[in-house]
Design a binder for this molecule. Structure first.
Ligand code: NAD
Ligand code: MG
Length: 399
């Protein structure tokens, strides 16, 4: 049977890797709908290759431009063109759809991803910000609607692969009950692992988005440089694996060949290894519980360099500490950190603030936020909006 797939964020780094894996496994998967922001040309090429029934763009202006381009494109079947969040939600929950790849970046992915969850789909979660901002609510919906949630973030995908089958099937299961003593979340340390601390203020956008091991979108590349990415992943792991803050340890592993590990009470540590190529976790998610070709070369152990491991230095990575502390405080704090960070990174990418200002914006926003309830989607969205306003004010003060 061919499974029907919706790719949310198809023109991004994860979206393109997803389409590459689908193209290698055409008899198993077909693209039902492509959802993207504004990259009309790339979306058009993807339509020509994958022949989806629907495409959704973020707004009407880009949808009209896309329709004009579609008129002159040579393809046997033209997709219906839609735009806006409601259309994204309709695609993610469409009765004909089996699998939804959630790969929109940032909070913009929350509503379409939740629609997929509420429709009980198999949801491949790359969009970590959606889970970080809504944590308990998101996981409650997964359980209530019996959705299958598969982590695509390489670390969480690795951890998932290292879990016993009974825990994979039960997101409410207790890690201690199956003998897990620690979840070891690895991170490369990003491009500034050894850069002199007193030069970090001068980091340029180009330096920050150049990751040593992974090729990724701009926002997550900056997050990797500040290690806020690992902080968001720490929060993500807490929710995905139903564990406590003390159950998770961050380990710096600059080679990015081990993608994370699970330590058991009996002394065993199970690790997942692979090339730093997102097509591996994407293929795992698409075919779960089977395995398919991802186009990724196997590891050649005869040429593999030495592995090294260290503890994270919080002086170098204050954003990591901030996110871990927010995780201890609770949902309002993590929603706030996530929102402030999105605003701060966008300002850094526009060269409005410096690299170290990202931390200043995040920390100051957290301290100014009034921590209200997070028991409903409306409350979470209000908190997120409030945090963004605060972060913009802090940025104005810094400039
Ligand atoms: P990217 O910037 O390359 O792509 C983002 C995608 O989202 C694009 O298709 C863009 O058009 C779309 N988008 C942005 N705003 C939108 C909106 N308002 N409406 C609809 N679509 C919108 O980002 P990426 O690197 O592919 O990352 C995507 C997500 O996956 C992020 O949450 C990231 O943290 C996560 N992730 C990425 C990687 C990676 O290797 N790239 C690894 C782990 C997790
Ligand atoms: Mg990751």
């Amino acid at each position: 049977m061919t499974e029907q797939v919706v790719v949310l964020g198809s023109t991004g780094s994860i979206g393109q890797s997803t389409l590459d894996v689908i193209a290698r496994n055409k008899s198993a998967f077909h693209v039902f709908a492509l959802v993207a922001g504004t990259n009309v040309e790339r979306l058009l090429q993807q339509c020509i290759t994958h022949q989806p029934k629907f495409v959704v763009l973020s707004d009407e202006v880009h949808a009209r431009v896309f329709e004009t381009r579609l008129k002159t494109a040579s393809m046997p079947f033209k997709p219906e063109v839609l735009y806006g969040v409601e259309a994204m939600q309709a695609m993610a929950s469409h009765a004909s759809v089996d699998i939804v790849m959630a790969a929109i970046v940032g909070a913009a992915g929350l509503l379409p991803t939740l629609s997929a969850v509420e429709a009980g789909k198999k949801v491949l979660l790359a969009n970590k910000e959606a889970l970080v901002m809504s944590g308990q609510l998101f996981m409650d919906k997964v359980r209530k609607h019996n959705a299958t949630l598969l982590p695509i973030d390489s670390e969480h995908n690795a951890i998932y692969q290292c879990l016993p089958n009974c825990l994979q099937q039960n997101s409410q299961g207790n890690i201690a009950d199956v003998g897990i003593s620690k979840i070891l979340l690895t991170g490369s340390g990003g491009p500034f692992l050894t850069r002199a601390l007193d030069t970090l203020e001068q980091v340029t956008v180009r330096e920050a988005v150049t990751h040593p091991n992974w090729s990724m979108g701009q926002k997550i590349s900056v997050d990797s440089a500040t290690m806020m990415n690992k902080g968001l992943e720490f929060i993500e792991a807490k929710w995905l694996f139903n564990c406590q803050v003390d159950d998770i340890e961050v380990v710096i592993h600059p080679q990015s060949m081990i993608h994370s590990m699970v330590q058991y009470k009996d002394g065993s540590v199970i690790a997942q290894l692979g090339q730093p190529d997102m097509r591996t976790p994407i293929a795992y998610g698409l075919a779960y519980p089977n395995r398919i070709d991802a186009g990724v070369a196997p590891i050649d152990f005869s040429t593999l360099m030495n592995f090294s491991f260290t503890k994270p230095d919080f002086e170098r990575y204050p954003n990591l500490r901030l996110a871990m502390e927010a995780c201890k405080v609770g949902q309002a704090a993590t929603t706030t950190v996530n929102a402030a960070n999105e605003v701060a990174v966008a300002a850094f990418l526009r060269e409005q603030i410096g690299f170290c200002d990202i931390y200043r914006v995040n920390a100051e926003s957290l301290s100014r936020q009034s921590m209200t309830e997070t028991d409903s989607l409306d409350a979470i969205l209000a908190l997120d909006a409030q945090a963004r306003r605060i972060a913009l004010n802090v940025i104005e003060e810094l400039r």
